[in-house]
Design a protein around this ligand. Structure first.
Ligand SMILES: NC(=O)c1ccc[n+]([C@@H]2O[C@H](COP(=O)([O-])OP(=O)(O)OC[C@H]3O[C@@H](n4cnc5c(N)ncnc54)[C@H](OP(=O)(O)O)[C@@H]3O)[C@@H](O)[C@H]2O)c1
Length: 332
């Protein structure tokens, strides 16, 4: 790949449907300024948050026109003046260092984190959003003793699969709700202790199968599915909402609030990163990179599109019933 190739970038100049507003546009290749490294970008996933950001419905709105892409992985191509501690060819994950859906990213070196060669780059490209969200939610809301049970919906989502893998690696049990029952065997094989269809029988099925108290619920769906989670958790437990895939609000039963003393909280990874120190990000990402390198944390990738087909990639990511994440190959 010639280092002089122009910077193909996924641009949008108005908020709207990603399939309509995204354009693959050639821009000049940036030069790394003082304190920066030039990354040759390799891979980036298309996450729900990316689509929401382009639609203008996310928690923050970028200035327009803008380049898309919240996370990804690159390889160091060149060092700017004054940069030490990085070598050309080394892989890096940038954090809040600029849009990732482009061929080249000149990123502040202190906003980039090294990725060991033994970690699959396609997996490390997804490190900062889903695995990190799963890890934080399992650690930040309630102390989980060894062998504790947690319950979650959207268990087949990127985050849901990370929750299953991380909980298993750390010695916790998961009860999981899926909207497509055909996925039950696959998630069991991944290490889920219990998987049930997300329907009106789900709460009963979980209560019958799990004798121990369920200490934490993770909700990415809302509506009736969230109500099921609230029914299943033990008195005094917390239900954490981090997504709203059904677009239905969460209705809370008054009785559950009063007699079960339930706690309802929200979680947003972006907010955690806003105040995290570099050391805190390192101590979040290093164990996750180890799990990725050991093959214990793996998110299936359904299809990889070249950056020139970014609209098709966005359309594929918006489709339900995918067999995994959609990714962009930024080198193609
Ligand atoms: N708060 C945060 O910091 C944070 C961080 C990461 C992700 N998120 C949110 O977490 C959610 C999942 O993200 P992801 O990247 O893991 O997603 P993903 O891998 O793209 O998967 C989406 C999941 O949502 C399910 N789903 C789609 N439409 C649904 C509906 N109408 N009702 C019920 N389930 C539905 C899908 O079910 P199938 O498996 O059956 O297709 C799939 O499991 C999104 O809402 C995302 O925005 C939040």
């Amino acid at each position: 790949l010639s280092p002089h190739r122009p910077n193909l970038s996924a641009r949008f100049d108005s908020f709207g449907s990603p399939e309509e507003v995204l354009q693959a546009v050639e821009q000049p290749r940036p030069d790394p300024g003082p304190g920066q490294i030039l990354l040759r970008m390799l891979r980036a996933p298309v996450n729900p948050a990316d689509l929401n950001l382009i639609q203008g419905t996310y928690g923050v709105r970028p200035p327009l026109p803008s380049t898309a892409g919240i996370e990804g992985i690159g390889e160091v191509e060149a060092l700017g003046p004054g940069v030490t501690g990085w070598n050309p060819g080394q892989r890096a994950v940038p954090l809040k260092a600029g849009p990732t859906w482009q061929r080249w990213l000149a990123a502040d070196a202190d906003r980039c984190f090294p990725v060991p060669d033994r970690a699959d780059p396609a997996q490390a490209a997804m490190l900062s959003v889903n695995p990190s969200t799963a890890w934080r939610m399992l650690h930040d809301f309630t102390p989980l003793p060894p062998g504790a049970w947690i319950v979650q919906n959207a268990a087949n989502s990127g985050v849901g699969r990370c929750v299953i893998a991380i909980a298993r690696a750390l010695g916790w049990h998961t009860a999981n709700l899926v909207r497509r029952p055909e996925l039950i065997p696959e998630l069991q094989q991944l290490g889920a202790d219990l998987v049930v269809a997300d329907d009106e029988n789900a709460a009963g099925a979980i209560t019958k199968a799990v004798r121990d108290p369920v200490r934490l619920a993770l909700n990415a769906v809302g509506g009736n599915s969230a109500l099921t989670l609230a029914k299943v958790i033990a008195p005094g437990s917390t239900l954490v909402t981090y997504g709203g895939m059904s677009r239905q609000p969460i209705s809370i039963s008054t009785g559950q609030l009063i007699f079960k003393d339930l706690r309802f909280a929200g979680f947003w990874m972006t907010r955690w990163y806003e105040t995290a120190t570099r050391a805190q990000v390192g101590s979040l990402w290093n164990p996750l990179l180890d799990l990725i390198a050991d093959g214990k944390l793996h998110t299936p990738v359904a299809r990889v599109f070249p950056l020139s087909q970014v609209r098709e990639a966005a359309a594929a990511a918006a489709q339900s019933g995918r067999a995994g994440k959609i990714q962009l190959d930024l080198t193609a």
